[in-house]
Design a protein. Structure first.
Lengths: 156, 493
């Protein structure tokens, strides 16, 4: 083993799929079989068990197919992950602060994260997009959008 | 058939539906022009809008978006050498050199005329082929549909790019696994929900489509800025859009031949527009005189017209198995199937009998879509091309926002957005590892059909798999599947 190349990304992915298929199969064994029982011609676990077996077979073939092509992992991961975190935060804030405020903040921070510096663009574009969509969706199309902040302000 | 066409025309020519064709073509062109975003993303973004519309109107909108996105993809191929979709890669071979020579307008015009002719001829073929195949398919039973779903999944893997066969097969398995999440439709037993109420209805198709295509595309554009960098290379002027008489004569025959080839390839499950465009390009290069062959790759009008006609014809062809058998042959038609199902319409041989207005209006709207693209979009190209100059820091968060809000508007559940972020990240990693994602999406859509028909077949045959050899249709389809796999796995000298 000494001197062999470390586990390549491709083989790592194949191993991941093997583990996923095994885990999927184990969970599939816990699926209720209903009145008919596990020996019936068909139960809710039939297809999952077939898929788990197929997954194990294909991932083993992938593992032994000798594909060691190098994967280019470099890139601005920090920015990409910040965008993901921002999207998750948007999901959590949307029902709490409403569509207009959450969308304006999401777009402004998104623009800033990707390098936009002009204050006019950072403020005007997100607010205009959010407002136009709010009017279009809520007023023109009658689509429900949570707006707790705006509704509270309107009540006052 | 004439009655059906007239019914389709009457539906498609209603003012609202006509407006939807125009809107769809426009929106599709704009989205398709953005490098990396193709018809799949364009249609996925439109799905939430169609929920408020009549099914026929919604489908007409999506058909317009489909054609518009393909046309938009050709535009970015020609102007930027950055194909919006794989189906327009071959367009860039001769389209971009023409643009660099200062003939971008001519290249765009040839692409538009070739697309129009390819799409129109294919729509005529579709008019003839679809009802005939639907009549045959009325005799299909559960085992045959099970075999058809297996054929579609095997085909999409078999036609995956070099070295991707096993990866495509893995994606098919993962897609089928994802399709099993939620309550089992026949027994109501929850599967892989881990006690979560949100997962009881299963994963949303729209969520998966947005996460695997729109979100992962935005993340890849952040990781690989060069994917977007091509925008700065766009030619500043388009020059004339006019073609001379000799140029029209030069491209006429290649367009006709490639349209027929494209349609036939498009009908095959899994083959699609990409294979059609490459085959058409290769065919025309081989058929061209030796002096013309040398021009291929340096700005040949034939080399541009052939793949453009073929990819548009293949798009129409791919609707044949979808509309007549209910089996999508590509990721794009899988998206269309998901949209149809969400409108309560089950495509298949019964569609022509039960919902003829939907069937015919979709076919007629394809033709109208081609007319709209030629009459309205081509003159607008110089203005639309300015969209490519929108800076990346503005465009990417907007794409992200539209994909997220599209998913949220359907379920109003923040959980779906969180799930989308997780799946989007996983999809990005898979794309970096060169795993093709269309097979995953196709398998996810076909999963319930595959399971339901296998269940019915097993129950009908007392738990035995004897239906595989007892039914000639099932056996033929499965042998075709095996033949396809064997052909793909054959040793190459």
């Amino acid at each position: 083993m000494y001197g062999e190349a470390p586990l390549s990304s491709q083989r790592g992915a194949a191993l991941f799929f093997l583990a996923l298929s095994v885990a999927y199969g184990v969970v599939a064994l816990d699926i209720e079989t209903g009145m008919a029982g596990a020996q019936a011609a068909w139960s809710a676990r039939t297809v999952p068990l077939i898929l788990a077996s197929a997954g194990c077979l294909v991932s083993l073939l992938l593992l032994y197919s000798g594909n060691d092509a190098k994967t280019e992992w470099s890139g601005d991961w920090s920015r990409a992950l910040r965008l993901c975190a921002l999207t998750a935060l948007y999901a959590l804030l949307l029902p709490r602060i409403g569509f207009f405020a959450a969308t304006t903040a999401f777009l402004a921070i998104g623009f800033r994260t990707l390098g936009e510096r002009r204050p006019r663009v950072l403020l005007a574009v997100p607010a205009s997009v959010a407002l136009v969509l709010l009017v279009l969706l809520r007023v023109a199309l009658g689509v429900y959008l949570p707006e707790p902040l705006l509704e509270m302000l309107a009540r006052r | 058939m004439i009655e059906g066409i007239l019914q389709g025309l009457a539906t498609a020519l209603q003012p609202l539906n006509l407006a939807m064709v125009v809107l769809g073509c426009g929106a599709g062109t704009v989205i398709g022009m953005i490098p990396g975003l193709g018809p799949i993303t364009a249609i996925a973004i439109m799905i939430p809008i169609t929920y408020g519309l009549d099914p026929a109107t919604g489908l007409i909108l999506m058909a317009g978006v489909y054609y518009g996105a393909i046309f938009g993809g050709s535009t970015s191929s020609i102007l930027l050498n950055a194909p919006g979709v794989a189906g327009t890669v071959a367009t860039a071979f001769d389209g971009h050199p023409l643009a660099l020579k200062g003939e971008a307008g001519k290249a765009l015009a040839v692409a538009a005329y070739a697309s129009f002719t390819g799409g129109t001829l294919a729509a005529v073929f579709l008019l003839v082929a679809a009802p005939a195949l639907a009549a045959v398919a009325l005799g299909f039973h559960s085992p045959d549909y099970f075999a058809l779903a297996v054929l579609a999944l095997a085909s999409v893997s078999a036609f995956a790019g070099g070295g991707q066969l096993l990866k495509a097969a893995m994606m098919v398995v993962v897609g089928l696994m994802l399709a099993t999440v939620g309550q089992d439709t026949s027994s109501d037993v929850p599967r892989f929900t881990f006690g979560s109420v949100e997962l009881l209805d299963g994963l949303s198709f729209l969520l998966l489509a947005m996460a695997t295509f729109a979100l992962s595309e935005a993340l890849l554009a952040v990781l690989r800025p060069e994917r977007w960098g091509a925008a700065s290379k766009a030619p500043s002027g388009l020059a004339s859009l006019r073609l001379s008489r000799s140029e029209v004569r030069e491209v006429a025959a290649p367009i006709a031949r490639s349209s027929v080839l494209g349609f036939l390839v498009g009908v095959l499950p899994g083959a699609g527009a990409t294979l059609a465009s490459f085959l058409a390009y290769a065919m025309e290069r081989n058929l061209a005189p030796e002096s013309e062959q040398k021009k291929f790759g340096t700005g040949s009008l034939r080399g541009l017209a052939a793949p453009e006609a073929a990819n548009n014809a293949a798009c129409s062809g791919s609707f044949v198995p979808l509309l007549t058998l209910g089996v999508p042959g590509s990721a794009t038609t899988a998206i269309m199937l998901g949209a149809l199902l969400s409108h309560g319409i089950q495509p298949g041989p019964r569609l022509l009998v039960d919902r003829p207005e939907v069937f015919w209006s979709v076919i007629v709207s394809m033709y109208l879509g081609n007319v709209v693209l030629l009459v309205l979009n081509l003159p607008l190209i110089p203005w639309l091309a300015r969209l490519l100059q929108v800076p990346r820091p503005i465009m990417l968060p907007m794409i992200l926002f539209f994909s997220v809000i599209g998913v949220y508007l359907v379920s109003l559940s923040p959980f779906d957005i969180l799930l989308m972020v997780g799946i989007g990240l996983a999809a990005t990693l898979l794309r970096l590892l060169d795993y093709p994602l269309p097979p995953l999406l196709l398998a996810f859509v076909l999963g319930p059909m595959l399971e339901e028909n296998l269940r019915r077949s097993l129950i009908l045959y007392d738990g035995s798999f004897s239906f595989v050899w007892q039914r000639p249709t099932t056996l033929s389809i499965l042998l075709l599947t095996l033949g396809l796999c064997a052909w793909r796995l054959r040793p190459r000298c």
